[in-house]
Design a protein around this ligand. Structure first.
Ligand code: FMN
Length: 207
């Protein structure tokens, strides 16, 4: 069956159409841009909201919405850079490791923190809620890339520091940072990255 995507039924009936071919071509060629290479401008609220909407349209068993977004703008990023510096010292990290963590915030113009926020459920295992948060990260990354922005999914040592997450990002107990999605204007074409050899990772199971 071919034809345009049905917005009313949600049935993807456009296999083989230019829309589907374009989407697959995008997925086959997509590449992240190193965060340090992202420049200005960054998406404003009007440009970012469709990307967040696309990301929130991610598989979510039980419709629990076990994730949320914190859109980190310049003032917040500067505050987080200072907090990373302070936390790195408290944790006794090597100076170069602290500096790398600080620069991730200090040099960024826009970062969306995807916060995994698991919900109490008798039916949906927490691991599935965590996987859904990862799916949201990739969906946001791909939405940004598809819209022509450069983007990069990072974490870094500070996101694994509970104090940094609670004080800096307002995370509640049980929440964690699934990803910091840096978004900005591409300033270079990233080199291709080696990709897995399908023969090494695919088993065709036929009985
Ligand atoms: C959960 C997660 C965390 C990541 N954290 C970092 C990071 O802190 N620093 C880094 O250089 N790359 C990190 N990466 C790797 C990059 O986001 C990405 O995989 C790499 O740049 C290649 O991206 P591409 O396949 O979209 O081209 C992380 C990836 C994932 C999935």
């Amino acid at each position: 069956m071919s034809g345009p995507l049905s917005m009313t039924t949600g049935i993807a009936s456009d296999a083989g159409t230019p829309v589907a071919q374009g989407a697959l071509a995008f997925l086959l060629a997509r590449r992240s841009h190193p965060a340090r290479t992202l420049g200005l401008p960054v998406p404003d609220r009007a440009a970012l909201e469709p990307l967040l909407t696309a990301a929130a349209r991610s598989p979510d068993h039980g419709k629990l919405v076990p994730w949320r977004f914190a859109v980190l703008q310049r003032a917040a990023l500067e505050r987080l850079a200072e907090l990373a510096r302070a936390r790195g010292a408290v944790l006794g990290l090597a100076p170069e490791r602290i500096e790398k963590g600080v620069r991730q915030y200090a040099d960024a113009h826009l970062v969306v923190a995807v916060v995994a926020s698991p919900k109490a459920s008798d039916k949906i295992p927490v691991i599935e809620q965590h996987l859904s948060a990862g799916a949201v990260c990739l969906a946001l990354l791909n939405a940004a890339l598809a819209a022509g922005w450069g983007a990069n999914w990072l974490t870094g040592w500070a996101t694994h520091d509970p104090e940094f997450c609670a004080e800096g990002l307002g995370l509640a107990p049980g929440e964690f940072v699934a990803g910091l999605i840096h978004i900005g204007t591409p300033t270079m074409t990233p080199a291709e990255r080696p990709r897995p050899d399908l023969d090494q990772i695919v088993t065709w199971v036929d009985r």
